[in-house]
Each structure stands twice: as C-alpha cells, then as structure tokens.
Design a protein around this ligand. Structure first.
Ligand code: NAD
Length: 439
C-alpha cells in the first residue's frame, strides 16, 4: 500500500519505518527543515532502540522517503496518517491547530479516494473536525474517509511495540475504510487478531482512558508511598504484596518522582479540560494530576529534610535526565523539576545521562551558562566531590554502580534514590546514608 505520514516525530517516524518494513511504500512528511536534513543525511533525529537501522534499511531499498512537500506526498496515497503534535494549549486542552492545518492541506491536495487517519492523540469529536476541515478545502470532487487510529507505542520500546502491538484500535463507521485498515494492519496481527473496531469517538476516548488509567496507577502508588514514609512502612514490600494480586498486577505501580514525558501529563490535562467543557468535574483525574505535580518536588523536599532549606555551597550529582530510560525525550522530565528546585535553593548540580545530553542541554542552557549546572561526560564524573547523589532515571547502567568507587569519589556518602533501585540495608551497611521514596 502507498502511505503518507505527516509529522515525522516519535510516532510518525516509527510508524513510517514499521509500515515500510512490512512492505508498504511510505513517504514521511515534516515541515522542520533541520529534522529533514538529518533524515536525508541517513541519520535519525531521535533516540529509539532499533529505529536507526530500520530506517536505513528501508531508505536503501526505496520503501521509505522523506519530504516537506505534503501535496506531492498525498498524491496516490491510499492512506494518509496525521501524526503531528497536539501539545497542551494555555488552558490545558489539546492544541489541534497543527492537526487541522494538516487536514486542510490534505483536502487541498487530494485527487483520489484516501483514508485519512488521525494517529495523533486527539479529543473526542476531532474526527468530525478533521472531516469538516478536509471537506472544506477539497479542490476536486473526491471521496475520503476519516479514521481514528490512536497510537499506543511506548518511547524506549516504540519499534517493538509497533511491530508487536497488544491491540490496534480503529474508529470508523465506514466499511470501505475498515477494509483498508484491516489490510494495512494484517501483517501485525498474524498470531492473533489485534484489530478492535469501534466508532471514532470511542477510539479517541480509548487513547485518553488508557493513558489516564496508567497515570492513575502511578499517582495512586506515589500516594501510598508517601503515606508509607510517614507510617514507617517500606512501600517496596507493599508493592510486591499488591502486585502479586492478578487483579492488580505489577506494571505501573512503581513509586517514584512522578510521571513525565510527552503523553501522560498532557493527556490527563486534556481529558480534565474535555470533562470541564461538558460541565463534568473529573475528580479522580484532577487528583491524579495534583499528586503528580507534588510528587516531582518530593525528592527536593527530602533533600531539604536532610540538608536544610539553604543549599548554597552544596553540590549534587544527578544520574538520569530523560523522563524515563530508553529515550532521549526530556519533555516534562521530573529531573528538570529536581534540578530547578535544587538550584533555586542555591545548590550546584552535575548531571549525566547516557543518551539525553543533547536534549538536556537545550532545556538547561541558562543554568549551564550561569554555572549552576554542569553536564558531565561520564556517570562517575558527575559524583566527584558532591554532597550527595540523586538517581532520577533508572537507566540500566545506574542500577548496579560501583559503590566502592562512589564512596571514594563523593564528598559525602548520601544517596537520594528517586526510583527505589537500590537496597537500603546494603547501602547503609556500606556506610551510605540512603533516602528512597516511601521507605
Ligand atoms: P513530535 O513532536 O515528536 O513530532 C511531531 C512532528 O510533527 C514534528 O517533527 C513536527 O515538526 C511535525 N509537524 C508539526 N506540524 C507539522 C505540519 N504542519 N506539517 C508537517 N509536519 C508537522 O510528537 P510525537 O511525540 O511524535 O507525538 C505526535 C502525536 O502522537 C501527539 O498527539 C502525541 O500525543 C501522540 N502520541 C505520542 C506518543 C509518544 O510516545 N511520543 C505515543 C502515542 C501517541
């Protein structure tokens, strides 16, 4: 099949590469010249395991190409996917301006029947808006269908998730579009049927409900952790105790420093906003968001409990900057809140991340320039002479560090473990002062 994917970010590029890998002819469209230059030069502008080699292979065999010419890319495409960003607007609602601008451009360029798919995460009712936008800009009398097909991939495992999805949700009332989507996703469903068909509104809501449920599990567990802290209980035992219940399960119940990334924070906000727009007070979702905002500050609160409120003259080593392991994505990363919190109290921070250094430099440039933050080229360089180490992102290289080296290098043996990765007893026996979350 011939596909055009508009928006070549985390979702668009992975989607394009994976559909090309499965034998489709894919053109990825983007309006960011810098991104296109990297892609045309044989590189990949984001870090995502397995993506670079898949992109290279499919560019080499002619199945995958990149352009800024949306009109040309749309010609003869059977399926056109919209995968541009939907960032939060000033009031927290999803900003649909890029989605609708692309919809209008598609309408103006359409010359033959195509299925237009929203892959971006969009509020309930957006398929109708996309349909109207395309229809209003059609240059010739041509039929089209609009389908909602939200993306559930996880950054850090995006290629794997796309190639082996748990499910593929398709929202449409059109038989014709349904057939096209069935054919497109057939190679991803060979072990069992993965496609779940429903209406567009239900499909749009499914994406928000999935992210809101996962965010709720995280905030719930952080709430329990904070309570454990005050009650002298170790939340890690509690986590194992409840995770073993098959009705609850182990995933997304890890206490920590709050969720970040480009999806959970904005999607929970957008769903709260959608609820408000129909006069509904989303009590649970409001609490999930409030707990998460507070949780991002929890580690700095614990630092203050240990060192006092004035951190001038103190220095901190910080391991892990991206919002989670496996990605260079710094959007809404808790590490940024922690660094800003420490610097605001007078501290200096030396930080290291295995892949997010370029992205982090962009976010931290002002603090780097004024000397408050230094990004080091090695994890152990970040701890030399510091008053304590903070683990912010649980990359595997940080899981079993050389504690003897830490003891030697650090100015004081204090560890704030924002992801409960280390064994408190063992560390205490080795002479470290250990502070975790909820323990
Ligand atoms: P992104 O910012 O990485 O990529 C968006 C891309 O769209 C950028 O490259 C941008 O240059 C391009 N773009 C914007 N306007 C354009 C236009 N008019 N024409 C052509 N290109 C344009 O965003 P992302 O993380 O890939 O997310 C895209 C959508 O997918 C969002 O709605 C997001 O919520 C959703 N989503 C993201 C993830 C994720 O893990 N990142 C997972 C599932 C769903």
């Amino acid at each position: 099949m011939k596909l055009s994917i508009v928006g070549t970010g985390y979702v668009g590029l992975v989607t394009g590469a994976c559909f090309a890998e499965r034998g489709n002819q894919v053109t990825c469209v983007d309006n960011d010249p810098a991104k296109l230059a990297v892609l045309r030069g044989g590189g990949v502008p984001i870090y995502e395991p397995g993506l670079e080699s898949m992109v290279a292979r499919n560019v080499d065999n002619g199945s995958l190409g990149f352009t800024d010419d949306l009109a040309a890319a749309v010609q003869d495409a059977h399926v056109i996917m919209i995968a541009v960003g939907t960032p939060p607007g000033a009031d927290g609602s999803a900003d649909l301006s890029a989605v609708l601008a692309v919809a209008r451009a598609i309408g103006a360029a359409l010359t033959d029947y195509a299925v237009i798919v929203t892959k971006s995460t969009v509020p309930v009712g957006t398929a109708d808006l996309v349909r109207e936008a395309v229809a209003a800009s059609l240059a010739c009398n041509v039929e089209f269908d609009v389908v909602s097909n939200p993306e559930f991939l996880k950054e850090g495992a995006a290629v794997d998730d796309f190639m082996r999805p748990d499910r593929v949700v398709v929202g449409t009332d059109s038989e014709r579009a349904r057939d096209v989507m069935s054919e497109l996703y057939e190679p991803f469903s060979h072990l069992r049927e993965k496609l779940i068909f429903m209406g567009a509104r239900e499909s749009e809501m499914t994406k928000y409900a999935a992210n809101a449920m996962l965010a709720t599990k995280i905030s719930f567990m952080n709430e329990i952790a904070n309570l454990c802290e005050r009650l002298g209980a170790d939340v890690e035992s509690v986590r194992r105790g409840i995770g073993s219940d098959s009705r609850i399960g182990y995933s997304f119940i890890y206490p920590g420093i709050g969720y970040g990334g480009s999806c959970f924070p904005k999607d929970v906000k957008a769903l709260v906003r959608t609820a408000k727009s129909v006069g509904f007070d989303a009590l649970v979702l409001n609490a999930v968001e409030a707990r998460n905002d507070r949780q991002k500050h929890r580690l700095v609160e614990r630092v203050v409990e240990h060192f006092g409120d004035d951190l001038s003259g103190k220095s901190f080593g910080l391991w892990g900057l991206s919002f989670k392991p496996g990605t260079d994505d710094m959007r809404e990363a808790p590490a940024l809140v922690i660094i800003q919190g420490l610097v605001a109290k007078g501290a200096k921070v030396k930080a290291y991340d295995p892949v997010a250094m370029t992205e982090a430099t962009r976010d931290l440039q002002v603090l780097i320039d004024n000397g408050s933050v230094e990004l080091t080229d090695h994890q152990y360089a970040a701890v030399e002479g510091v008053d304590s180490l903070i683990l912010a992102t649980e990359w595997s290289i940080f899981r079993q560090p050389d504690f003897e080296a830490l003891m030697r290098l650090m100015g004081a043996p204090v560890i704030f473990d924002g992801r409960n990765q280390y064994n408190p007893e063992r560390l205490r026996r080795s002479g470290f002062h250990y502070v975790g979350i909820g323990r």
